[in-house]
Design a protein around this ligand. Structure first.
Ligand code: PLP
Length: 397
């Protein structure tokens, strides 16, 4: 474990070093404790550990040293007291919400969120008597107006999937505090290196670690960060019984991915900025959504709430559905795939893919049209990315 000086390190240094505990052999890299269970010295010791009277591991669903190192690192990076690693981003979203909601409760959420988060809140929670009101979070007064006596949680992502609108986290945190609600923010698109919601007053941060945190497209995983009290509920009241915990191998891969997060993000952001500027001036593109562009409503938050604009861009083509699909098919470097934050540039069609759980009406309200495409700009040489987009766009003009 590092001494107090590690608190003064910059995030890029922390992403590599913090949370690491020297083990018996002095391994530089965190060992992978690929075990389901842990052996007790005696039956008495087992009982004491279950009773919480003695520290130590019991069973990997309840805790594992490799996973614990990732949790320590993520808590420090997010400026949180504690973190819990989950089996997926949706595991993190559900655990954070379930830890704060019960039958008869109400939550206020942004009307534009990742498709499965939308489905969880509108379909699954309805079955358990939890009510949701979806509003446009870019108008903060709508959030306050939607609060009812039984409201317990405010939830959003920023930037939003897929339009990259940016919401004012300090204003959202202030509303939550004024009404004694728990604020939960999905920080997947930014990672703690580009945005730290807890420093702005948000209570709980969730991530799909599948994306930038891991960064190599080979893991499905999630993280919840917040206070000790919140994380105690998430770990020992929700994840323990629901079982959506992260495997040690996935934690090990994410720990490896985090070491390069800072350099990867710099390249993602540099590439995305150039690609967004290229798309914005192209005659076959009618609109580009990227907070790094001066034309984007979220641009004023760059350098303040968010350090940079990230690696995801959405854009609309001067094309109908068939032409948009043909454009996607003509790309050679891009892979047609959902997900984001990988080394490879990816393209997807939100209306038929990530946001297909939305009803047509909800999709229209969230402005997810048939000609909207979302790209995750990868780590390739940006000249090659732009050349690929350019040759596929040429067919549309
Ligand atoms: C913003 C956001 N949150 C949560 C998720 C869900 O993450 P996972 O696929 O790891 O469950 C996604 C997936 O794309 C996402 O984009």
């Amino acid at each position: 474990m590092q001494d107090e000086s590690s608190k003064m390190w910059k995030a890029a240094t922390q992403a590599i070093h913090v949370g690491h505990e020297r083990e018996a052999f002095g391994s530089l890299v965190t060992p992978l404790y690929q075990t389901a269970t842990f052996v007790f010295d005696s039956a008495q010791q087992g009982g004491e550990r279950f009773a919480g009277n003695e520290p130590g591991y019991i069973y990997t669903r309840l805790g594992n040293p490799t996973v614990a190192e990732l949790e320590r690192k993520m808590a420090i990076l997010e400026g949180a007291e504690a973190a819990a690693a989950t089996a997926s981003g949706m595991g993190a979203v559900s655990a954070a919400l379930l830890a704060n909601l019960q039958i008869g409760d109400h939550l206020v959420a942004s009307n534009a969120v990742y498709g499965c988060t939308f489905a969880l809140m509108t379909n699954q929670f309805a079955r358990f008597g939890i009510d949701v009101t979806l509003v446009d979070f870019s108008e903060v007064e709508l959030i306050e107006r939607a609060i009812k006596p039984n409201t317990k949680v405010i939830f959003c992502e920023t930037p939003v999937n897929p339009h990259l609108q940016v919401f004012d986290l300090s204003a959202i945190a202030a509303i939550a505090k004024r009404h004694s609600l728990t604020s939960i923010v999905d920080n997947t698109f930014m990672t703690p290196l580009l945005q730290q919601p807890i420093a702005l007053g948000i209570d709980v941060v969730v991530h799909s670690a599948t994306k930038y945190l891991n960064g190599h497209g080979d893991v499905i995983a999630g993280i919840v960060c917040g206070s000790e009290a919140q994380l105690h509920r998430v770990k020992y009241e929700i994840l323990k019984d629901i079982g959506a915990v992260m495997s040690p191998h996935d934690a090990w891969l994410i720990l490896r991915g985090l070491k390069t997060l800072d350099v990867r993000l710099q390249r993602h952001c540099d590439n995305a900025q150039r690609v967004a500027e290229f798309l914005e001036q192209h005659p076959a593109v009618t609109r580009v959504y990227y907070p790094g562009l001066k034309s984007h409503s979220g641009h004023r938050f760059i350098g303040q709430q968010m350090r940079r604009a990230g690696g995801v861009i959405a854009f609309e083509l001067a094309a109908d559905f068939t032409q948009a699909m043909a454009f996607v098919g003509n790309l050679k470097l891009f892979s047609i795939a959902v997900s984001l934050g990988d080394a490879e540039s990816l393209i997807q069609h939100p209306a038929s893919m990530t946001h297909s759980p939305y009803s047509p009406e909800a999709r229209a309200a969230a402005c997810i049209g048939d000609n909207l495409l979302r790209i995750s700009v990868g780590l390739e040489d940006c000249d090659d990315i732009i050349a690929d987009l350019s040759q596929a766009l040429a067919a549309l003009v």
